[in-house]
Design a protein around this ligand. Structure first.
Ligand code: 3PG
Length: 209
């Protein structure tokens, strides 16, 4: 639920969504985020490096709350948790994923973008949902409209959100965090750039900032 997620995020309201091309990038990226004051990362399982990246981050960057994203089935979910993920994220939801999310034992943000989808997940007890792809799906205006009828459902929007828009999303009462890939530009990894983006996000977006 919302309180569990908020406790896990521990004041982090901007979640870097990172797709690793190579496992060797995991620790430098993790360290660069921590150096900038960001304490959370969502590693997508869109590449083969994802699971091993999680394992390395668990060992080498214990200061990061690890999440795994783009979870499409139960096997991926279980592998991600075994690799150290403390929360899971999916771009949408299916009946199978809903079943799995009820029993896996870690928070799981399933995705919804329409009122019917949001209501479906809400009926199953999921009060924190991913809203993806946020900008193409109407962004702030859509989230405001959903919030006017279902204020108890909170969202983590991602998709097309960069540093300049993140604070506008976070100003909505039904947004608990925003995610995006803007922190970590495509390879090669440049720790100084990542730390600067992380620092900017942490300083302007996190709780208490
Ligand atoms: C995700 O998986 O949430 C997206 O890749 C993040 O979207 P963005 O790349 O547009 O920030």
């Amino acid at each position: 639920d919302t309180a569990t997620f908020s406790a896990l995020l521990n004041g982090n309201r901007a979640i870097p969504v990172v797709t690793f091309r190579g496992v060797e990038d995991a620790v430098p990226v993790g360290q660069a985020l921590i150096a900038g004051g960001v304490g959370v990362i969502e590693v997508t399982l869109r590449t083969a490096a994802g699971l091993e990246a999680l394992r390395r981050l668990r060992t080498e960057c214990p200061g990061l709350v690890l999440g795994a994203g783009t979870i499409l089935d139960k096997a991926q979910a279980e592998a991600a948790v075994a690799a150290g993920a403390r929360f899971l994220v999916s771009p949408g939801h299916t009946a199978k994923l809903v079943d799995c999310a009820k029993s896996i034992g870690v928070p799981w943000m399933l995705g919804a973008t329409s009122l019917s989808e949001v209501m479906d997940l809400r009926e199953h007890g999921f009060l924190v949902q991913k809203f993806f792809p946020a900008e193409p799906m109407g962004g702030i205006a859509t989230l405001k409209a959903i919030g006017s009828v279902l204020p108890d459902v909170k969202f983590c929007p991602t998709g097309g959100i960069a540093a300049d828009k993140a604070h506008t999303y976070l100003a909505l009462p039904n947004v608990i965090a925003v995610g995006g890939s803007w922190f970590v530009p495509a390879a090669p990894v440049d720790p100084a750039t990542i730390t600067a983006a992380a620092h900017h996000a942490a300083a302007t977006l996190n709780k208490g900032a």
